[in-house]
Design a protein around this ligand. Structure first.
Ligand SMILES: Cc1cc2nc3c(=O)[nH]c(=O)nc-3n(C[C@H](O)[C@H](O)[C@H](O)COP(=O)(O)OP(=O)(O)OC[C@H]3O[C@@H](n4cnc5c(N)ncnc54)[C@H](O)[C@@H]3O)c2cc1C
Length: 498
């Protein structure tokens, strides 16, 4: 039987997941990746023998029967990646001006722990937790319940995180602690929808893990399944054009002029980059205009730490440190007030290591701060850029040192990345950490659809549904359902644990 051909642009998590799912369901899949390495944000790099993750540091809901575990089973990689459970009594630790709060996994431990921090808020903490659960479960693909609750979905996509939390919880400090993990979605006050907060809180609160050996092993496992089903991944293939006839897309062209024909095309890239590739009347000017103005999340500055041997005990939790009383507004800084907050994590090179070999400190940074180097490329940005990075890295390490005295003396080497690094490695528009931002004040105007007006061209990846392991996989299943049908997707997810 002749197989329908599907070409996927970009080998990030979304492109790979669509590729495996469609190949497993009988499609002839080719993934074209512009970079030397596949994986987009799943990529790792190794320097002086230590491996560093660039954009996927921990994942959630991966215990047997939980939603991510099922998705990984459908993609046939659950047994091929080793996960290490984060501290169940405090997978996340939030520090506001040095006061620390641990986030335990599970409903009862979470409620008990937070009620011990804020006894007068005990009832509100129950309300908050149950609301998070209700919102997360209202989406059929997050909860794997067949019907979505459209009313709840819509309401909490249109209300801001702070608006809802302020309504449920009256203690200001508790309101701030509960949004301590804002860097996981680059949340902005009065803009980010509560649904985003709820999905992420619920995802990690069910169970939170690091990937033993690094997140590129997820990428390797997916490629292995893709190839098992006859699919292929070609690197160093930058797609520059999508060629259409008057009705549909017929082929894509790469920068070296090679063409790839297919029946279906899926773009795992930023929608603005996709529009650059399309010169067809099928895309209306109004759509083009709307997409050009979708907001993006802020960029990020990372310091990758290579620790001296046996010097830094492995920290089995994520640490969110803030200089002030509130996690909000860290993206609004000037030269002197940066950094206002940071996220600090260790990498898990082996299962339950006693000492960490590597870690990362991540803080927001706008790409505008790099306008002087806007037209430069990786490795050729000059000494001024290196000096800027050194200065910012030292400032960030000094901030972390206040929460972790002695850290600096235990660092053997460090490396840095900026929004320009992400822009140039993963093609992220504006170096945005998580791609397109959701903004309740813009409503539907910042939603990127799965389908385009070119009937056989679809979008997937973090810009469409949501970012992160769960957001991107949910998006990949929705995109794939356009080809194979949602019932078939659902059946495979429901059967996945059997
Ligand atoms: C610093 C950081 C930390 C993060 N931490 C976590 C975490 O701990 N947990 C979590 O769940 N999520 C995390 N995320 C988010 C998560 O990594 C991403 O949401 C997800 O990996 C994005 O996948 P994607 O498929 O959308 O695309 P991307 O990873 O952006 O990949 C897109 C791919 O398309 C390729 N491409 C672009 N243009 C072209 C072209 N013209 N032709 C061919 N190929 C092209 C790019 O080279 C790239 O490989 C983090 C992200 C960042 C940046």
């Amino acid at each position: 039987m002749r197989k329908d051909k599907c070409v996927i642009i970009g080998s990030g998590l979304g492109g790979l997941a669509c590729g495996v799912f469609l190949a497993r369901n009988g499609y002839n899949v080719t993934i074209l990746e512009q970079g030397v390495q596949p994986g987009g944000c799943l990529q790792c790099f190794t320097r002086r023998g230590v491996k560093f993750e660039t954009g996927m540091h921990f994942i959630g809901s991966a215990k047997d029967g939980q939603v991510l575990s099922r998705m990984l089973n459908v993609l046939e990689i659950r047994d091929n990646i080793k996960l290490s459970l984060l501290d169940e009594t405090g997978y996340d630790v939030v520090s506001l001006r040095g006061d620390r709060y641990k986030f335990p996994m599970g409903r009862e431990p979470f409620i008990a722990q937070f009620s011990s921090y804020f006894p007068s808020q005990a009832d509100n903490i129950v309300k908050y937790y149950d609301l998070v659960k209700k919102v997360a479960e209202a989406s059929s693909l997050h909860s794997l319940k067949h019907a979505s609750d459209a009313v709840i979905n819509t309401e909490y996509q249109l209300r801001s995180v702070n608006g809802v939390i302020e309504e449920v919880v009256s203690d200001e400090k508790l309101q701030n602690v509960l949004v301590g993990n804002l860097p996981l979605y680059a949340g902005e006050k009065d803009k980010t929808p509560f649904s985003m907060h709820a999905f992420i809180m619920d995802f990690y609160n069910q169970s939170a893990f690091r990937v033993v050996g690094g997140s590129d092993l997820i990428c390797k496992a997916l490629i292995s399944r893709l190839e098992h089903y006859g699919g292929k991944l070609l690197t160093c293939r930058k797609v520059t054009k999508i060629l259409c006839d008057e009705r549909r897309a017929v082929s894509v062209q790469t920068s070296d002029g090679e063409r790839f024909e297919a029946n279906y095309f899926i773009a795992d890239i930023h929608p603005v980059r996709l529009l650059d590739m399309l010169d067809t009347k099928l895309i209306r000017p109004a759509f083009r205009q709307r997409i050009l103005y979708v907001p993006n999340t802020v960029g990020g500055f990372s310091v990758y730490l290579h620790f001296k041997e046996n010097a830094v005990p492995y920290m089995n939790s994520n640490f969110y440190g803030y200089a002030g009383d509130s996690p909000w507004g860290c993206e609004c800084y000037d030269r002197d007030s940066w950094p206002k907050g940071y996220l600090y994590m260790h990498f898990c090179h082996t299962e339950n290591p006693n000492y960490a070999r590597g870690g990362i400190i991540l803080s927001y940074m706008r790409i505008e701060d790099f306008s002087a180097w806007n037209n430069t490329t990786v490795g050729c940005r000059g000494e001024g850029y290196e000096e800027f990075k050194r200065n910012r890295a030292e400032r960030l390490i000094s901030m972390v040192e206040k929460d972790f005295p002695g850290l600096r003396s235990r660092i053997e080497h460090y490396y840095t990345s900026t929004p320009l690094t992400y822009r140039d490695y993963t093609g992220t528009e504006g170096g945005a950490i998580y791609g397109v931002a959701k903004d309740v004040t813009k409503g539907i105007a910042c939603r990127v659809p799965y389908k385009t007006k070119v009937p056989n061209l679809y979008l997937t990846g973090q810009n469409v549904n949501s970012h992160g392991m769960l957001g991107v996989l949910v998006g990949a299943f929705v995109t794939s359902s356009e080809l194979v049908g949602m019932d078939k997707v659902y059946k495979q997810l429901i059967d996945a644990e059997i």
